[in-house]
Design a protein around this ligand. Structure first.
Ligand SMILES: Cc1cc2nc3c(=O)[nH]c(=O)nc-3n(C[C@H](O)[C@H](O)[C@H](O)COP(=O)(O)OP(=O)(O)OC[C@H]3O[C@@H](n4cnc5c(N)ncnc54)[C@H](O)[C@@H]3O)c2cc1C
Length: 403
């Protein structure tokens, strides 16, 4: 019987494992990917300070410490069920069933699909797949591409692709339909852009971002958005143009682009064909939380966190005794916040077993403060009002555990 099984070896899972091993807990980390590191492995961006965030190096740092502590990390192991038993859980995986007193779910996030006619053609991929191919597998995804979906994630990954010398025509919206209602709405997209505007070389976007909370200014920016887009790192970003159709016989050959009004409605007779050989679809991220559901954890819907998240408190405990969550499963934030949450979860679990509770309680409080501080200092926010979202979920926890 393990003390703790951690599902997911991203920044949250690895940081939690380090805290658990520092407390000498019998810890197993499993991950379905062939390498540990999670989404960190694909990340490469420049911070506003000018420093580079290199996810591969960050992963190495975490792994070096985990290996020093002789942490048992197993890859290509996929968990598909968590069964509650009297004194803990059985984690069902593709390899074996593992008995454990505690489980931490740190499965991260998944991409929201944004369907566009023609999206089953070879050469169409999610923006996250393009990131993994470019930065993890070092495979060139095509000669010339276009990004359908303008958001924090697609801007970051488009920049990474540019750095890898991949030619991108531009970024624009997917055409608005029942599923892409938000991703295809220029006003909603502008709200998101405003959160990364401070990173943009364009004064126009920086202006929009300065007044991110001012709806009037945002509406004006949408209305008077330049016809040729504005350029971010030399690449045009359009929010008044949308991809209506992806064309090709056996693979992507071009896209049909249309102009849209400030509400995202297609302006008739504005079609143009843009020749590309790949298309990246970027619909945003949502917490990957199914395993928490099968384990019996209640959920709370918080748009600010990216969707339905398992109910939990600041110590990353859920109302299910022995079940913990950390990282993007609790809300979409950066890798730095995920790692800090992992440390909190690890310390919470270690506290259960600690002889000296005062010492570890102090460490836990410091770790909780560091989560907040890291959130406040984050250069990129995936969703607005993340703090309010967190508060709502923590309140839901207090409601659930009321005697
Ligand atoms: C496509 C994509 C791109 C991203 N790019 C960026 C970026 O450029 N910059 C940024 O700041 N943030 C980015 N993020 C957000 C990113 O999720 C966080 O930065 C951070 O990596 C979250 O850490 P985590 O540990 O919670 O999850 P992850 O890093 O996502 O790690 C979760 C791990 O759990 C594993 N897993 C999932 N389900 C199972 C299962 N059932 N069984 C076993 N293992 C499982 C996965 O294989 C993965 O390794 C991206 C997210 C996604 C989905």
């Amino acid at each position: 019987m393990r003390d703790i099984v951690i599902i997911g070896a991203g920044p949250a899972g690895l940081s939690a494992a380090i805290s658990c091993r520092e407390a000498h807990l019998n810890t197993l980390v499993i991950d379905e990917f062939p390498k540990p590191g999670g989404r960190l492995l694909g990340q490469l961006h420049q911070e506003p300070t000018g420093e580079w965030w290199n996810g591969i190096l960050e992963t190495e740092k975490l792994l070096d410490r985990a290996n020093e502590l002789k942490t048992d990390i197993r890859t290509e192991v996929s968990a598909h069920h968590i069964e509650k038993i009297d004194n803990g859980f059985i984690v069902h995986t593709n390899r074996e069933q593992i008995k454990t007193a505690n489980v931490l779910i740190a499965t991260g996030a998944a991409e929201v699909p944004a369907p566009i006619p023609g999206w089953t053609l070879p050469g169409v991929m999610s923006i996250g797949a393009a990131q993994v191919m470019t930065n993890v597998h070092r495979v060139k995804v095509g000669e010339k591409g276009i990004v359908a979906g303008v958001n924090v994630l697609s801007a970051a990954i488009a920049r990474e692709m540019q750095l890898a010398n991949i030619d991108l025509h531009s970024m624009m919206l997917p055409v608005k339909n029942a599923i892409t209602e938000e991703a295809g709405d220029p006003r909603k997209v502008m709200e998101g852009l405003a959160r990364i505007g401070h990173l943009a070389p364009s004064p126009f976007l920086r202006f929009g971002s300065t007044f991110a909370s001012e709806k009037i200014v945002q509406n004006l920016v949408v209305k008077f958005y330049p016809k040729n887009g504005f350029k971010m790192w030399g690449m045009p970003i359009h929010i008044r143009k949308a991809i209506k159709q992806i064309n090709g016989t056996d693979k992507v050959e071009s896209v049909t682009v249309v102009k849209v009004d400030p509400d995202g409605n297609v302006i008739p007779n504005t079609e143009e064909i843009v020749e590309v050989d790949f298309v990246c679809i970027a619909g945003g991220l949502y917490p990957l939380s199914e395993l928490a559901s099968v384990a019996g954890c209640p959920f709370h819907y918080a748009e600010e966190l990216g969707g339905h998240v398992p109910v939990h408190n600041e110590s990353m405990e859920t109302p299910v005794d022995g079940l913990y969550v950390a990282g993007n499963i609790t809300g979409i934030e950066s890798a730095k916040v995920a790692a800090r949450q992992g440390t909190v979860a690890g310390l919470s679990i270690a506290k259960k077993y600690a002889q000296n509770k005062a010492d570890i309680t102090f460490q836990l409080e410091v770790a909780k403060d560091l989560v907040k501080q890291t959130r406040d200092d984050a250069s990129i926010q995936f969703h607005p009002n993340i703090r309010e979202g967190r508060k709502k979920v923590h309140n839901a926890f207090n409601e659930q555990v009321k005697p």
